[in-house]
Design a protein around this ligand. Structure first.
Ligand code: FES
Length: 349
């Protein structure tokens, strides 16, 4: 008979769980560690919420999570983007059940309180029932609260439940330039989310997802079947004189050698984020798209255009909640749902 040994540490002492050359397995499995991560990481730092283009018109909303807190990114009639709690000011019912949409106002599905897109209370059925009570219709508690901090960088909206979090630009530090490069790759210097969002659930701790994106020892193994198939199709099935479809160009390099991925390197920064690649990456050898090149050169001039395109970062991590691939203008967003399930979504620009 096999006996499973529970060697979980008696207390959650970070010094006993994380050593210079190893991490205790309970970091990935212990519910108490997870609870602390929600409180001390997800609820204290900047979390990526969405892109401004997802709420480009007044009335548009996009529901997501900050750690365990449901929130909504909205566009109000004043033209500004807001991030408010997805929680009715009356008895806390979820205000928005679907992921995204457009409405004149947010009407709670329980007793019908109505709120503007910035969270301000608009109306209450039978409001006179509150006469002679402590309820103040014009007080802040009557509104859906906005999150403690909200800011955006070149259209990417981040929010925090912590009023004392460092300002967003400071927090972004060395990886703000990855957003710059991704946006600069647009000839008109602006991005918008295209084609919706692809969502998937992972049956693993949220940290595996983040760590995996700068794990350079797995692509040639884990992605071997799809990458080798792409290489075979390119070689055997496509006429030699025809350009290789971009889908194949993107997938095939995942079976580059161990030394190629090792040479790409990883740059790490304060606050737990960083990027792999830089001078080169598996995204460095895509075929030219003449029409795109023309537009870029016209917009930026030859020299600046070349400078933009020679930045070849692979994955950039905005710890803990988002990663981007600038070269193919894709973003992956990490969510932890209320029940602890881990969900991520891919977004294309
Ligand atoms: S809980 Fe929303 S109106 Fe009552």
């Amino acid at each position: 008979m096999t006996t499973l040994i529970d060697n979980r540490p008696a207390s959650i002492d970070p010094l006993s769980l994380v050593e210079p050359d190893r991490v205790h397995r309970s970091v990935y499995t212990d519910a108490a560690v997870f609870d602390l991560e929600m409180e001390r990481i997800w609820h204290r730092t900047w979390i990526y919420v969405g892109h401004e283009s997802q709420v480009s018109e007044p009335g548009q909303y996009y529901a997501t999570m900050i750690g365990r807190q449901p929130v909504i990114m909205t566009r109000h009639t004043d033209g500004k983007v807001y991030v408010i709690h997805n929680r009715c000011a009356h008895k806390g019912a979820l205000l928005v059940g679907d992921r995204e949409g457009k409405a004149k106002e947010l009407r709670c599905c329980y007793h019908g309180w109505r709120f503007a897109m910035d969270g301000k209370l608009l109306g209450i059925p039978l409001e006179h029932g509150y006469d002679d009570t402590r309820f103040d219709r014009n007080g802040p508690e009557a509104n859906v609260p906005q999150v403690a901090r909200m800011d955006s960088y070149r259209g990417f909206v981040f929010a925090s439940l912590n009023p004392d979090v460092p300002d967003l630009r400071t927090w972004l530090g060395g990886v703000a330039s990855s957003i710059d490069n991704m946006v600069d790759r647009a000839p008109d210097g602006e991005l918008e989310v295209a084609g919706g969002v692809m969502r998937y659930e992972h049956d693993c701790n949220w940290k595996f997802f983040v760590e995996n994106l700068n794990d350079m020892m797995h692509p040639m193994v884990t992605h071997q079947s799809s990458s080798l198939t792409a290489r075979v199709v390119a070689k055997k099935e496509l006429p030699a004189e025809e350009p290789v479809p971009s889908a194949i160009e993107i997938i095939a390099p995942f079976t580059e050698s161990y030394s190629f991925f090792d040479d790409m390197g990883v740059h790490a920064f304060e606050f737990g984020y960083g990027f792999s690649g830089g001078k080169t990456s598996i995204h460095a050898k895509y075929s030219d798209v003449p029409e795109y090149n023309e537009r870029m050169e016209k917009a930026y001039g030859r020299s600046r255009f070349e400078e933009i395109m020679t930045v070849n970062r692979h994955n950039t991590i905005f710890y803990p909640s988002a990663t981007i691939k600038g070269a193919i203008q894709t973003m992956r967003v990490d969510l932890v749902n209320c029940d602890g399930a881990h969900e991520s979504s891919s977004v294309w620009f």
